[in-house]
Design a binder for this molecule. Sequence first.
Ligand SMILES: [Zn+2]
Length: 314
Amino acid sequence: MVSVHALAAGSLTLPERFFVQPVNDPDARKSVPSLSFLIQHESETQAARILFDLGIRRDLLAYSPQICKHLATRQPVVSRPDVVESLASGGLHPSDIDIVMLSHVHWDHIGTPSDFLHSLFVVGNGSLDLLSGRTRLQNGSHSHFERDLLPLDRTIQLRDTSHGRPVETSEVLQLQGKEMRLGPWYPFSSLPHTIDFFGDGSLYIVSAPGHLPGHINLLCRTAVDRYIYLAGDAYHDTRLLSGECRIAEWRDAERSELVCCIHADRRQAEETINRIRALQHDETLLGPVEVVAAHDAAWAEAAAAKGRYWPGKL
Ligand SMILES: [Zn+2]
């Protein structure tokens, strides 16, 4: 098993019409958190600590000029406390974090990686091409990236899963002096590509394509009969998971021929949502799967009341 705690890591404001259809009020906006999570895996000898996402950067002016321009469309944006300050509230320092996994490399999930001088970074396939500029997207002003975001000598990019078959190859990483294999990708329940990270069924990395190349989720087993699924930006409104709303599209303000979507690949994003829904209804699992998206305001509010933020106990 692993323990999972939420970490406050800033908030932003989303215009509803860019995320769901239909909308009653085209001007409706909603302030939402950008959640980070601390995942701890205890073995007989030591604890391994993983962060899933780093939230919003403490110093907003340190984003690239293009991201700063996009930030104007997401105001108000709050950047304090950031993930490092939230860790410190429970006595942890960036040097206590073994691995930082990013669900994807959009600005509101990347925080300040340079705070983590000793951690390994794990990203999904395609993330590095976005950062380098080799892959360019035109699906909206949110799709800008920073070339020097990650320390490449401490970054592992997972293997490609896009051809649909189980992926037999794997990456190797060092965790607390031990060699670990990151892979292969295998199906788990409704999810065609997962990596059993510790090899004991406590934490699965899930390939969750659609939102952005390299988008990954985590399935965490927090008790024998209990799971929590960290869905990143697989959806931004729980009505998409319940099927009450559709994923939105809109026309670019400057180039009206350009149809934009918050997801880089809408069809794959829909498929990923369907798989998450099927996971929730999989009766062969020993217990319920709680699904949490990175920007789920209602979950965050309830979590705060129940002490599910670090260092409170789950
Ligand atoms: Zn996001």
